[in-house]
Design a protein around this ligand. Structure first.
Ligand code: MLZ
Length: 265
């Protein structure tokens, strides 16, 4: 039987603390997700953020929606919280005097957009306004500290939420490091990013929190190498990544990782 990841045990094993709730731009109780697959809404185009497009709910995962822009392909799905300011009910854009735009990479000729728009909305099930929740206020100031644990979206695999550690703090930004993954997925983000969640978030939303990877860096935030095969080590054997011979210390030297402002690819 596969061992379940358990934050209480993990925090003890790693001798670390969870980042306090008030550090995050997340509601204390995750918003309810009333959306249904197939519903349509307006969404900011993640690849062209000045555009508001029509999106369809392709999947439901915890407090998030898997969205696909109408007229786009199936390779650019994205995920948004139901209380994200990037989504709104159909009609909002027009009410504000804006125009719905074709998504970046619209699959048809641009001149066919007006007709496409009419057709895609005709008979569509529009998500009711009450399903959209108000975005929580920004927490100020940045109260994250190096070593604090959290749950974070893996931006390379954005359907995944994974155990993470604050690796560095600079101004309004934090360096999110993924436990057991040797830096391959780490990124800088603003402390009020909607991509980071307090410990326990997934268990409240019903999301499946990914277990940490199998590298040594899942101990403390500072360098500390697991000597005996602990629960942590055994649990993480399932993960595919192989350890390099010399483990890199977890604690980041100043200047390591991407500086704030640069996008995490
Ligand atoms: N199996 C994939 C996903 C890894 C997810 C890591 N998340 C921090 C891979 O190995 O690339």
């Amino acid at each position: 039987v596969k061992e379940q990841f358990n934050w209480d045990d993990y925090l003890k094993e790693t001798e670390s603390i969870a980042a306090p709730l008030h550090c995050f731009r997340q509601s204390r109780i995750p918003p309810t997700n009333d959306f249904k697959v197939g519903m349509k809404l307006e969404a900011r185009d993640p690849r062209n953020v000045t555009s508001v497009c029509i999106a369809t709910v392709i999947g439901i995962t915890g407090a998030r929606l898997r969205l696909r822009l109408d007229g786009s392909d199936n390779k650019n799905d994205f995920w948004r919280l139901v209380d994200s300011s990037d989504i709104q009910p159909i009609g909002t854009c027009e009410k504000k005097g804006g125009m719905l735009q074709p998504p970046l990479g619209f699959q048809m000729n641009a001149s066919s957009w007006p007709m496409f728009l009419l057709r895609t909305l005709n008979g569509a099930e529009m998500a009711p306004a009450a399903f959209f929740k108000k975005e929580p206020p920004k927490p100020v100031p940045n109260c994250f500290k190096v070593g604090m644990k959290l749950e974070a979206i893996d931006r390379k695999n954005p359907y995944l939420i994974c155990p993470a550690t604050i690796g560095d703090v600079k101004g309004d930004e934090v360096f999110v490091t993924f436990d057991g993954w040797r830096g391959a997925f780490d990124y800088w983000c603003r402390c009020d990013s909607r991509d980071i969640f307090p410990v326990g978030w997934c268990s409240l939303t019903g999301d499946a929190l990914q277990p940490p990877g199998n590298n040594v860096s899942i101990t403390k935030s500072s360098a500390k190498i697991q000597s005996s095969p602990s629960k942590v080590t055994r649990r993480s054997m399932q993960s595919p990544q192989k350890s390099a011979p010399v483990p890199a210390p977890r604690g980041r030297k100043p200047g390591r990782g991407k500086p704030p402002g640069q996008s995490a690819v």
